[in-house]
Design a protein around this ligand. Structure first.
Ligand code: PEP
Length: 249
């Protein structure tokens, strides 16, 4: 795991207008002064990507999108293609977030198709997986996550830059987190699945943890076996909170 460069990515979800870019700029300035020990990304709403790219130019903060369409272009009113996100200034894209799986009915196959589209456009995917509370209570967390990882990752990821984010659905935005043992169990299982599928390349893929990560719990979570960073929702909206997580590494 020591060869993996961790990634800490902030998911702004549907939050933020142009004034929020001041927070992104404050983050950039802080990291200009004292560089992070990991890769740092912000994933704002698509409407802010181009402006954010402009404001953060020359800094270390990477910019990501929160979703993309699986098709390269065409008659898909209201949708945004991976190439458009890349063109706007994004380098990464979150795919298969539980809010998309649950709210928009995205299946593993849909996510895999979007991953293909992202790769074709030169975007680095962050593929999200995670069990519901019902599945956890039924003792099926590892099984569900392994199935999602297998189904959401296309073969074309062999040799490509990507990461997987384990986000238990019941821990997202709730203030509840799994125990460190539960996080380790799932991350170890994801690592095994990645290695089985992609061999040595699978050993170097960062597996992020997501779900109520805060400055106060970041250090202990980021030390857990096979945790290679974090996907952060609420605590990424304010530069100070997000920095508290980044500095915990
Ligand atoms: C997320 O949306 O990916 C997330 C982890 O949210 P939060 O940190 O707010 O739980």
């Amino acid at each position: 795991q020591s060869t993996i460069t961790p990634l800490i990515a902030g998911n702004w979800k549907m939050n933020g207008l142009s004034a929020s870019l001041d927070e992104a700029a404050a983050l950039k300035e802080a990291l200009d002064q004292q560089p992070a020990a990991c890769r740092v990304a912000l994933c704002p709403p698509a409407t802010l990507i181009a402006q954010m790219a402009w404001r953060l130019k020359g800094g270390a903060v990477l910019i990501g999108a929160q979703d993309c369409h699986a098709a390269a272009e065409g008659a898909y009113t209201g949708s945004i293609s991976a190439a458009m996100l890349k063109d706007a200034g994004a380098g990464l894209v979150i795919l298969g977030h539980s809010e998309r799986r649950q709210g928009f009915g995205e299946t593993d196959a849909d996510v895999a198709a979007k991953v293909e589209a992202a790769l074709a456009a030169g975007l680095e995917p962050i593929v999200c997986v995670g069990e519901t509370l019902e599945e956890r209570d039924a003792g099926k967390a590892v099984e569900v996550v392994q199935r999602q990882v297998s189904g959401s990752l296309p073969d074309s990821l062999a040799g490509a830059a990507f990461s997987v984010a384990y986000e238990p659905v019941w821990a997202i935005g709730t203030g509840r987190t799994p125990t460190l043992e539960q996080i380790a169990e799932v991350h170890d299982a994801v690592r095994a699945t990645l290695e089985q599928r992609f061999g040595q390349h699978g050993s170097g893929i960062a597996i992020l943890y997501g779900g109520s990560v805060k400055p106060a719990n970041a250090a202990e979570i980021l030390k857990v076996s096979n945790v290679g960073g974090a996907l952060v929702g609420g605590a990424s909206l304010k530069a100070q909170d997000f920095l508290g997580i980044i500095r915990a590494l």
